[in-house]
Design a binder for this molecule. Sequence first.
Ligand code: UD1
Length: 425
Amino acid sequence: MECFEVTGGTALTGRVRVTGAKNSALKLMAAALLAAGRTTIDEVPDILDVAIMSEVLRRLGCEVSYERHEHGGGGRLVVDVPDEPATETDYDLVRRMRASISVLGPLVARCGSARVALPGGDAIGSRGLDMHISGLERLGATIHSEHGFLVASAPRLTGTSIWLDFPSVGATENLVMAAVLAEGATVIDNAAREPEIVDLCAMLTAMGAQIEGAGTSTITVEGVPTLKPVTYTTVPDRIVAGTWAIGAVMTRGDVVIERAAADHLTVALAKLSDAGAHVEPLPDGLRVAMDGRPRCVDVVTLPYPGFPTDLQPMAVALAAVSTGTALITENVFEGRFMFVNELVRLGASVRTDGHHAVVRGRERLSSAPVVATDIRAGAGLVLAGLVSDGVTEVQDVHHVDRGYPDFVDQLRGLGAHIERVERAG
Ligand code: UD1
């Protein structure tokens, strides 16, 4: 079992570089399936989830290679897609990474059929697939489940209008990737507006797709017969950038986050300013500095452009060491407060009720062994460890490896005392 040992008491200071977004790169890799030939994707983070998606693509018959850049945790990924990809993705991969489901749309569109195992996913709520399924059905696919697989077939997809009950990121992406090769026009209403959706649509457009409205609630796709492979660079990871920003404020440090896109973090950065931080957008990044103890600020998670649910654990950890009381409301994933029990083990004063958490700030937290329950909870617990007395052991850190390239090295580069250690399981 691998753990992080975090020794509290040091302010994060210095520079850190952010590579491409996990949540974009995984979908760009799936989108590569839409065109035969060699797609190159740059600034792909060197993380476990990218390795899993590479394996998903290999089993579909693609050749995948990855060359790491010297700095910054990213690299260049090349996917060579065959003329006739295989169409099955097994449970051993989907259960390790729910985003494997994003091959469903491209496979149905390109091959006319797909068998993709039903995911288990992160321990952060039910995470249904109903909107993925009903949207594909509206496009003309027939879908049923058998033996733990979603089985989809559609000799031909036809453009249609689709209304999403909730602006689901994954459903929007799967449906856009299906619609680009459908016959005629598709209009997706109440679509997700995340920068990663805009990124995916930009790559698809470069491949020859006709898409309008990416980044708004209405996306219109005019189907085309074929797409061509391209070379594309992944949008910077706003969640990793936001993690370093919140870490700088919690530890009362001063951090320059290179390549961070401040305009993708508007609400989160406004909250940090309200907490008393100095937030300064730079030509190629962002500086966040904090003098003294932060003030508690209320946070409400919402689909983009609202405060990202993926930064909610860090927001709770921040409030836990701020002055005053904060009300944190989680609107996207029902189970996302599960990690709060771990934070309480560090001495945080947090009470949850349904999708609300009331956090009363304390001067410092107190170290203890804690368990990471998902990627972002793990990162939040490490930040909490940085402001705890003594040595905090964060267990199950394979979750963090799924989403943060060079997590330990990047934190050490900012002056944190953190080590990866092996423990007998
Ligand atoms: C993506 C991100 C994840 C982020 C989330 C919200 C990736 C790999 N993951 O997850 O990090 O936290 O967006 O910003 O990109 N839902 C349904 N039915 C559906 C689809 C979704 O009920 O068909 C529900 C989910 O249970 C959840 C909510 O909608 O409560 C949001 O899910 P969604 O936006 O789809 O998130 P993901 O794409 O899974």
